[in-house]
Design a binder for this molecule. Structure first.
Ligand SMILES: Cc1cc2nc3c(=O)[nH]c(=O)nc-3n(C[C@H](O)[C@H](O)[C@H](O)COP(=O)(O)OP(=O)(O)OC[C@H]3O[C@@H](n4cnc5c(N)ncnc54)[C@H](O)[C@@H]3O)c2cc1C
Length: 399
């Protein structure tokens, strides 16, 4: 008999229900993990116990078989409990979702060897069994700009040697494997590839994370000086990162969007409780701030849902991708403005350390800063609306 309350049946709706049940527990711990800046271990014990790390894994490999739209609904729910936990989960879902949803025909057309499908299935089955994946893409000095990746790989002994340092790695030190971006050390043009590097020797976590918001993501620096087998190369194809960013922007651009809608919604919920507790809810100025915030959150939620629906139904189409960029822009900006306005309605007492609104305000501020930043999204959309090709038309590379 299982010791854990495993979610049965393994359907996306059941996963959503499980997330909803977990939110009060996660919310109750959020202050502690924010203050300590520690990885939210208990939240991940709960998620693992319900097999939810397998959300994006196809049913035949033991997962919930979630679509991108299912993911967006799940992430927004989770973020209502704790933004950091949802953000770590987002990184894991980006890896497993991209693995599960990249069409096999596309990979074959690009020259993927048959062995890459077995490697993919092993990673997905492990996630269904509780393995957690982190994303190690950003670097100090260059951020998430793939074209400027300094981490290198070289071919050796039937595999690869990866050398370099990453920054902002959410879940660092707690992941079972890292999705690492690295460029071919011998190529003249930056040829950046994805590798899945299992935790072990050659990986060193440097505890550098002490940031304003999303503190419990523990997004420390991670140093790689590690050899991996040939099957660590994602898709078995070198140099595909930029192509994936353009063809499937949803995981790189829009998956955070749902997290920040959830964070914005939690500002409304927590703000409302505070206003009632202090008897401020009858003040007209306070009410109108809450009314505007409610409308803004509902609008952002609708944009994110629309983008997610289109990704699930018509992935890769130009209009779908336009919604993806809209979703990231609207969600990031809305979270910051809503949290700010609700905090103002709540008053200075809600800015005390330890007040949940103070944490949510700081967490919400991160949405516009995560790639693609709101400014980059707005520029991408501006080029598109003016009739240009936003992926290729810019003075500096988009990624
Ligand atoms: C809470 C949190 C968790 C994170 N978790 C992860 C993670 O798990 N894994 C990971 O790899 N990264 C992660 N990141 C890092 C994130 O993905 C960014 O890469 C990082 O924030 C970039 O930092 P930067 O300071 O170099 O700023 P940049 O993003 O480089 O931005 C600096 C400025 O340059 C502008 N800019 C950036 N790119 C362009 C462009 N192409 N064209 C025009 N202008 C541009 C921006 O708008 C901004 O004004 C996380 C970040 C945060 C805040």
């Amino acid at each position: 008999m299982s010791l854990f309350p495993v979610v049965e049946p393994f359907s996306p709706a059941a996963a959503q229900e499980a997330a909803r049940d977990l939110v009060p527990r996660i919310a109750a711990r959020a202050q502690h993990y924010d203050a300590s800046g520690a990885f939210p271990s208990e939240d991940f014990v709960d998620l693992r116990a319900r097999s939810l790390l397998g959300l994006m894994v196809p049913a035949e490999l033991g997962g919930f078989g979630a679509s991108f739209a299912d993911y967006a609904a799940f992430a927004a729910e989770l973020a209502g409990g704790a933004g950091s936990t949802a953000l770590i989960f987002n990184m894991h879902a980006s890896v497993t979702g991209a693995l599960a949803h990249t069409p096999e025909e596309l990979l074959r057309e690009l020259g993927a060897p048959e062995s890459c499908f077995a490697a993919r299935d092993r990673l997905l089955a492990a996630a269904a069994g509780g393995a957690l994946y982190a994303v190690a893409m950003s670097e100090r000095g260059t951020g998430s700009r793939l074209s400027r990746t300094a981490t290198t790989f070289r071919r050796c002994d039937g595999g690869y040697r990866i050398s370099g340092s990453k920054a902002f790695v959410s879940g660092a030190g707690h992941a079972d494997a890292y999705l690492v971006t690295a460029r071919d050390v011998d190529a003249v043009e930056p040829k950046v590839s994805y590798f899945v590097v299992p935790t072990g020797d050659g990986i060193r976590v440097e505890p550098t994370w002490d940031s304003m918001g999303m503190r419990a993501t523990g997004s420390h620096d991670v140093h790689f000086e590690v050899s991996v087998g040939a099957d660590a190369l994602l898709g078995g194809i070198e140099g595909i990162t930029l192509l994936v960013a353009q063809v499937m922007p949803q995981w790189l651009v829009a998956s955070y969007a749902a997290v920040y809608v959830g964070v914005a919604r939690s500002a409304l919920r927590v703000g409302g409780m505070h206003l009632h507790e202090r008897g401020l809810h009858t003040l007209p100025t306070v009410r109108s701030r809450m009314g505007r915030a409610d409308a803004a959150v509902a609008a952002a939620d609708a944009v994110v849902r629309e983008a997610a629906r289109r990704v699930s139904e018509r992935p890769g189409e130009p209009e779908t991708n336009r919604w993806v960029w809209r979703a990231k822009l609207v969600a990031g900006d809305t979270a910051a403005s809503v949290a700010s306005s609700v905090l103002e309605a709540a008053g200075a007492s809600a800015t005390r350390r330890g007040h949940p609104l103070e944490r949510i305000y700081r967490d919400a501020r991160c949405g516009a800063l995560q790639p693609a930043t709101s400014d980059v999204c707005a520029d991408w959309l501006g080029v598109a609306v003016l009739g240009g090709d936003p992926d290729d038309e810019s003075e500096s590379p988009r990624w």
